[in-house]
Design a binder for this molecule. Structure first.
Ligand code: IPE
Ligand code: IPE
Ligand code: MG
Ligand code: MG
Length: 338
């Protein structure tokens, strides 16, 4: 069960989780819900992540209009960012959460992938000159550098819209109870909108070049990154029909993981290289953003992220081995190199 941090580190680089094109011992396809995870090991999590990432990539590719569909530049631009090799953490968290609950979850793939569409839109907009003004993302020039600001804004808008299309399409959501489906769509809207990710982006922009205190920073992180991660875990659980108590525990897990994720992002911004990250390092300091390393130093921030991950894992004490992927994901999130 103990993850081999050095092993994972060696295997992670920008644009992909692992440098081996095929994993040793690929896990069987049907190992999703209800598998006995009692023998889950660090090698299994490597296989698990790679397999889920493949599943997500394949599904996204199948639902995204081709680059030859009119308006072609729009679709090309959307695909450029979406298929550029993100880690797919949010959809994988949704899938792992459904597996932890252990019941069938009709529509799981569209709802999991809707989170990645929203996440990718948020990155395209986050990189715009009016926001973080970044030149490099997922190992490639940022969307607006290639397609221009107007197309990047529109590609983001369209990705956001398609996310809700996926969750409401009768063919994709077949078998999902309609009341549950509405609840899922509400979670997605709440996590990504003004009270969630977008709200967090506003707090983040407003904090630039300000001497903010720690609670303010935590509130930024909780919203800009935490709320979509929270939605991911909750949506997977709701899709699988989680009981209230299970949903509460998974929500607490997600809140800790969300904070750990953004603290790790802050640390990597200081310690990572462009090659590792697939995006430029040191951009937070350049834009006058106070982050966790500003308050605690790099090592202190890293330790805090680890503490959050440990706390997240303790939230899952009422779950059995089916929640092992979630436990390993919490560890991965703080040990990642990109
Ligand atoms: C980066 O997210 C932006 C944050 C919210 C911290 P990821 O680290 O998940 O980026 P990708 O999707 O793998 O590119
Ligand atoms: C990105 O946060 C958060 C969202 C896109 C919602 P950051 O601006 O800190 O992340 P990076 O460093 O650009 O990936
Ligand atoms: Mg930003
Ligand atoms: Mg940014």
């Amino acid at each position: 069960m103990k993850i081999l941090t050095s092993h994972l580190s060696r295997l992670t680089f920008h644009g992909a989780w692992f440098d081996t094109p095929q994993t040793i011992c690929y896990a069987p396809r049907q190992f999703s819900a209800c598998r006995d995870w009692s023998a889950f090991t660090s090698m299994d999590i490597k296989d698990y992540l790679e397999q889920k990432r493949d599943d997500v990539d394949r599904f996204l590719d199948s639902v995204m209009p081709s680059a030859t569909t009119a308006p072609t530049t729009l679709h090309e631009s959307m695909r450029y960012s979406l298929m550029a090799g993100g880690k797919r953490v949010r959809p994988i968290l949704a899938i792992a959460s459904a597996e932890a609950v252990g019941q069938p979850a009709p529509g799981l793939m569209p709802i999991a992938c809707s989170l990645e569409l929203i996440h990718t839109y948020s990155l395209i907009h986050d990189d715009l000159p009016a926001m973080d003004n970044d030149d490099f993302r997922r190992g490639k020039p940022t969307n607006h550098k290639v397609y221009g600001d107007a197309m990047a804004i529109l590609a983001g808008d369209a990705l956001l819209t398609i996310a809700f299309d996926l969750c409401s399409r009768p063919d994709l959501m077949k078998g999902c109870d309609p009341a549950r489906q509405v609840r899922l769509i509400h979670e997605l809207a709440f996590g990504s909108g003004n009270m969630g990710m977008v709200g967090g982006q506003v707090f983040d922009i407003q904090a630039e070049n300000k001497d903010i205190d720690l609670p303010t920073l935590q509130n930024i992180h909780k919203h800009k990154t935490g709320m979509l991660i929270r939605a991911a875990v909750r949506m997977g659980a709701i899709a699988a029909g989680a009981q209230d108590r299970q949903l509460d525990d998974l929500t607490s897990y997600a809140e800790d993981v969300g904070l750990a994720f953004q603290i790790a992002d802050d640390v990597l911004n200081v310690t990572g290289t462009r090659e590792e990250l697939g995006k430029n390092p040191n951009t937070d300091a350049e834009r006058g953003k106070k982050t966790y390393p500003t308050f605690y130093g790099t090592e202190g921030a890293r330790k805090l992220a680890d503490d959050c991950a440990v706390r997240a894992i303790t939230r899952l004490s009422s779950f059995g081995p089916a929640a092992d992927p979630l436990r390993e994901l919490a560890r991965y999130i703080t040990s990642r190199k990109n």
